[in-house]
Design a protein around this ligand. Sequence first.
Ligand code: ADP
Ligand code: MG
Length: 251
Amino acid sequence: MSQLEIKNLHVAIGEKEIVKGLSLVIGGGEVHAVMGPNGTGKSTLAKAIAGHPDYTITGGDVLLDGHSVLAMEPDERARSGLFLAFQYPSEIPGVSIANFLRAAQQARMAEGEELDASAYYKRLYSKMDLLKIDRKFTSRSVNDGFSGGEKKRCEILQMAMLEPKFALMDETDSGLDIDALRIVAEGVNTLRGPGLGVLLITHYQRLLNYIVPDFVHVMWDGRIVKSGDKDLALELEAKGYDWVKKELVTA
Ligand code: ADP
Ligand code: MG
């Protein structure tokens, strides 16, 4: 079974420390939700784990199956099984989804090895069928003029094709109406299983009605300050984040 271990992680942007000693262990197949108010460092956490160059790790470690990923380039991290679904996916006009995914797949293969086109399309279409995505979708340019829901579907399709061990999903629900939210949740639930661990970052409890997490963590000022099961998310929804803050002050 795979494991992603975040160990006393500290992350800075420039001089400013944003993540301040965060620890979390995600077992293979587990879904962990990280909730917290805006500006608390949730996106910073996800981007730092994925290897974004603007985020400096100043302490701690991130271990994938016992091996530190910190010395790896982002593409090596991806090849070893990490996937980041962006809060705000980039638009790539002129590059079709089919070609983009093909290039991503090719990039994961050993040098000199060539991706078999017919096998690739067969796999792509089977994943699209699984996720109930229309075939026409893949001829469109990546995220170009996409609605919020279409962008998120594109992220989920990438995830399905790359088959990561762990997916970091950063506010996959942001900007989505309820129908789009259901589609995204259905996609994640379809891919969910012993081979895929998920770190699901969300500001609102709403998404967790559709993707029921195994664990819920509250992030506050760069740290996890409270952990529990799915009921913790409901408690947060009812009482707001101030309740956690008050508890922290009195603790
Ligand atoms: P969250 O995702 O929880 O809303 P973020 O990780 O996006 O929080 O941001 C945490 C803090 O880091 C905020 O104060 C934000 O302004 C700051 N921050 C995030 N990204 C950058 C950046 N690229 N440059 C400078 N400051 C940033
Ligand atoms: Mg964020």
